[in-house]
Design a protein around this ligand. Structure first.
Ligand code: F6R
Length: 605
């Protein structure tokens, strides 16, 4: 999704803005641009290419100024063409960068046209630029305040005015915006990651806030225009988060970081220094009789996996709902519901909206399982569980998923204990199993050479089927999602028992069928499903626990996983499927960390 970097520095700000844009590249974009105030004018460069091209273009025209705004755009209104790339200007006076969608842009456009404004782009952002221009009477803060009052929809903006060098105004409503304070300047960005190189202290703006950055001074106003103080947070980032090190791609790095990320997430609850202050106390969940989990994409699949855990361990009804659908459904609550928003970013527009929808219907027990502590979802929920995956840069979610699974598993066990379905000694045994999980994941990662051999056999396929049963069905869905999003091979995940109800018609010797086969109670059923494939000449690729007794037969490839890992088995199998997708994509030469058309942190509907 779009990214913003802006600010006022004590020197040329262009290198900081460009470095910030590079850090935002992981979010996905199709154009980018930067503008600064230089010798009494607003100057900009924009490109449909990468930030490194923008950097060369900026150098070529000697772009140099202490006040600037910059942007990576992921097209929503208007094609990815130069005229639609940000910064968007209103005349030569006002420059704006914007994330989000202005819902009443058409109506505002008409009224601005009637007043003589000429539109040069198809963006909703140009409406903001002209509105600020229209309201400008010598004070850019007042102009932005009055202009934003007319906007409906979601926005995070940074605005500068040719006549007020040394000043940048920011505003947010429904899209994240953070102020970063560094030794050499004060900055604005859509996430802290963008400012890791320039700022040490951060202030997260609240909904409706405006911020006035003037030189080194920061003034924040709430939506009524009253000065307010927001908490400042010191930020410690490990250099390794933003660097590839020995890896070829962030996705690969993040797959291999999973044992450590999972161990950190477990320790955040069980370790000596727990930092899950926002978690519900066991007694606060005593009356919960059902769980509704909201999520999109991979986060939805984490929720889907956890349904089985809530049912099994806590004997509580559990549903995983796709946020973009749920937010528009009629609301039926059986009462005493725990609403769980599952999200890596905590900013996904559909999940936020679905969460707010449940709250508007009276739900008060809300919990965010989120990887970003300061995100909108965490702030919106009564409780939170912060996964400790660390920043996830690859667009395809990997370590966020496995840490979400761990968080959901711990919640299910805790609820099971509270409800008398899991005894103290059983809970301890599950915790021991959790503690052993990182090493078991390392064991799976060590199978990379075998998985690479599968990738060789698969990468020229046009389609693939992924099969699983029980808690491994969502893992089949996730395996298919990973493969399609980064390799562009068409892939479908199915519960294996559904095969004969339709998808079996697709099975030929040209159809690879990838099976996740744990040694659980459904194994013998799954074996029959695999036979159905083999009998039709399908090419089976089976990830089987070492204690399944499965051996290679004709028409079948087999990778032996560690012995069955009980209820946590999905966490192991998904690691193998992530590696498979990754190596297939490597062989196909795709842009793995920034797959086409996709964005990280989907902050628009
Ligand atoms: C897939 C992927 C997406 C996200 C989805 C939700 O690899 O990353 O499907 O899982 O966009 O994002 P979050 O978890 O940030 O709410």
């Amino acid at each position: 999704m779009c990214g913003i970097v802006a600010g006022v520095a004590q020197r040329n700000i262009v290198p900081s803005l460009l470095e910030g844009l590079k850090r935002l590249e992981y979010r996905g974009y199709d154009s980018c641009g930067v503008a600064v105030l230089q010798r009494g004018e607003a100057r900009r460069v924009r490109t449909l290419s990468r930030v490194c091209t923008l950097e060369a273009d900026a150098r070529a025209i000697d772009l140099d100024g202490a006040t600037g705004i910059a942007h990576t755009r992921w097209a929503t209104h208007g094609m990815p063409v130069i005229d639609n790339a940000h910064p968007i200007f209103s005349g030569e006076l006002i420059a704006v960068v914007h994330n989000g969608i202005i819902e009443n842009h058409e109506q505002l456009r008409q009224s601005l046209r009637a007043k003589g404004y000429v539109f040069t782009s198809q963006t909703d952002t140009e409406v903001i630029a002209h509105l600020v221009h229209e309201h400008y009477c010598g004070d850019i803060l007042t102009a932005v305040h009055n202009a934003t009052r007319m906007l409906q929809g979601a926005y995070a903006i940074a605005v500068m005015c040719r006549d007020e060098p040394g000043r940048v105004i920011g505003a947010r409503q429904g899209s994240p915006l953070v102020v970063g304070i560094g030794k050499e300047g004060v900055f604005l960005a859509s996430d802290t990651f963008a400012l890791a190189g320039s700022a040490e202290r951060f202030i997260y703006l609240e909904e409706g806030d405006l911020v006035d950055i003037e030189g080194k001074d920061v003034k924040i106003l709430d939506k009524e225009g009253q000065a307010v103080t927001r908490r400042e947070i010191a930020f410690v980032r490990h250099a390794s988060d933003a660097e590839l090190g020995a890896y070829r791609h962030f996705m690969q790095k993040e797959i291999f970081e999973q044992p450590v990320a999972v161990a950190r997430t477990i320790a955040s609850v069980t370790g000596r220094e727990t930092h899950q202050a926002g978690m519900p106390k066991p007694e606060e969940l005593a009356e919960v009789t059902n769980v509704v989990m909201l999520g999109c994409g991979t986060s939805h699949y984490a929720a889907l996996t956890a349904c089985g855990w809530f049912e099994h361990f806590a004997n509580v009804a559990a549903r995983a709902e796709i946020s973009s659908e749920y937010r528009y459904r009629d609301y039926v609550s059986p009462g005493n519901t725990l609403v769980v928003a599952v999200s890596q970013s905590g900013e996904t527009a559909d999940t936020l909206a679905a969460l707010r929808y449940t709250q508007s219907m009276g739900e008060q027990r809300t919990l965010a399982i989120c990887n970003v502590a300061a995100s909108a979802m965490v702030r919106q929920c009564r409780w939170s569980f912060i996964t400790e995956a660390g920043p996830e840069v690859g667009v395809a979610s990997t370590k966020a998923f496995t840490t979400q699974l761990v968080a959901l598993f711990m919640l299910a066990i805790q609820m099971g204990k509270q409800r008398g379905h899991v005894s103290e000694s059983e809970a301890e045994s599950y915790m021991r199993q959790l503690t052993a999980l990182p090493d078991a994941m390392r064991n799976v990662l060590a199978r990379e050479p075998e998985i690479m051999a599968w990738a060789e056999a698969l990468y020229q396929s046009d389609h693939a089927l992924f099969l699983g049963r029980g808690t491994h069905y969502p893992i089949a869905l996730e395996g298919a999602l990973k493969l399609k999003e980064i390799s562009y091979i068409h892939a479908e995940g199915y519960p294996a028992g559904e095969l004969k109800h339709g998808p079996l018609a697709l099975v030929t010797d040209a159809m690879p069928v990838i099976v996740t086969a744990p040694n659980d109670a459904l194994l013998h059923k799954l074996k029959s499903n695999m036979e159905e494939v083999r009998a039709r000449g399908g090419r089976l690729f089976v990830l089987a626990d070492s204690d399944t007794g499965l051996t290679v037969e004709s028409g079948m490839r087999l990778i032996h996983m560690p012995a069955w890992f009980g209820a946590l088995s999905p966490v192991l199998h998904v690691v193998a499927l992530q590696l498979l997708a990754y190596h297939v994509a490597c062989l196909r030469g795709t842009d793995i960390d920034k797959p086409r058309n996709l964005a990280k942190s989907v902050t628009v509907e």
